[in-house]
Write a new protein. Structure first.
Length: 213
C-alpha cells in the first residue's frame, strides 16, 4: 500500500478544492481509480503522475513526497542536462556487441498525438539502454508511418534535447512537436528550414539508433 502517496494526494486535493469525481474528470480516469489511490490500494502509472500533479498545481516530487522520485530522476537525467549535439546517427547493425554501460533513460513512443506537454505527459517509463552513451531520452517508433525516414516499427532512437535556438544541419533527424487543427503531434522529421515555423517546436536531435533483432 502506498500510504505516503495516498496521504499527499488527499492533502493536495483538499488544497485544490477537488472532490474525487472532479479530479477523476481532470485526469481522465474513473472515480473508483481515484478512490483506490486514496485508499492506498493502487498507484497511478508514471505517465499519469504528471497529469495528476498538473491538475493539482504541484510537482511529482511533492506529490510522491520522495527526494528520489520519478520527477527528480527525470530532471537529473533529462532537463538538467539540456545541450545541443548535432552529430549524425550511428546505426548499430544486428548482432553488434553493445559498447556502452547500461543506462536507464526515459522513453516515449512516436508518433504521439494530443498531448501538449509531451515530455511529462507521454513518458512511458524508463528503458535500459546499453547501446548509446549520448541520448537524454529514447523514442520508440510505433507503427509504419516513419518508414519514409528509414525507421521501421520498434526502432529505438536516442534523442539529445535542445536548449534554445541552435544551428542544425539540414537532413539531421529531429524530434518535433507541432499543432495543426487544434491537435498536437510529436514525431520525427528530417530537418530543413521549413521546420522553422511558429507552430513547430524542435525538441531534440537524433544521436543514436538501435534496431531490435
Amino acid at each position: 500500500m502506498n500510504t505516503k502517496f495516498a496521504a499527499n494526494l488527499y492533502n493536495f486535493m483538499i488544497k485544490a478544492g477537488l472532490t474525487q469525481s472532479a479530479l477523476a474528470k481532470k485526469v481522465g480516469v474513473s472515480q473508483s481509480a481515484v478512490y483506490r489511490w486514496l485508499s492506498g490500494q493502487d498507484s497511478p502509472t508514471p505517465k499519469r503522475l504528471g497529469v495528476i500533479a498538473a491538475a493539482l498545481n504541484t510537482t511529482i516530487t511533492e506529490l510522491l513526497g520522495e527526494t528520489a522520485s520519478l520527477e527528480s530522476k527525470f530532471n537529473l537525467m533529462v532537463k538538467e542536462k539540456l545541450q545541443n549535439y548535432t552529430s549524425g546517427i550511428e546505426i548499430l547493425p544486428p548482432g553488434t556487441i553493445p559498447q556502452y554501460e547500461t543506462r536507464s533513460l526515459p522513453y516515449y513512443e512516436v508518433p504521439a498525438r494530443g498531448k501538449e506537454n509531451f515530455l511529462v505527459e507521454e513518458m512511458e517509463g524508463f528503458m535500459e539502454a546499453d547501446w548509446t552513451s549520448k541520448g537524454d531520452l529514447i523514442v520508440k517508433v510505433n507503427g509504419s508511418s516513419l518508414e519514409v525516414l528509414g525507421f521501421a516499427h520498434g526502432t529505438e532512437i536516442a534523442i539529445r534535447l535542445l536548449k534554445g535556438k541552435r544551428d542544425i544541419e539540414a537532413g539531421k533527424v529531429v524530434l518535433i512537436k507541432t499543432k495543426t487543427a487544434g491537435e498536437y503531434l510529436t514525431t520525427l522529421a528530417k530537418y530543413d528550414k521549413s521546420l522553422n515555423k511558429k507552430n513547430i517546436e524542435i525538441i531534440g536531435i537524433a544521436v543514436d539508433m538501435h534496431r531490435n533483432l
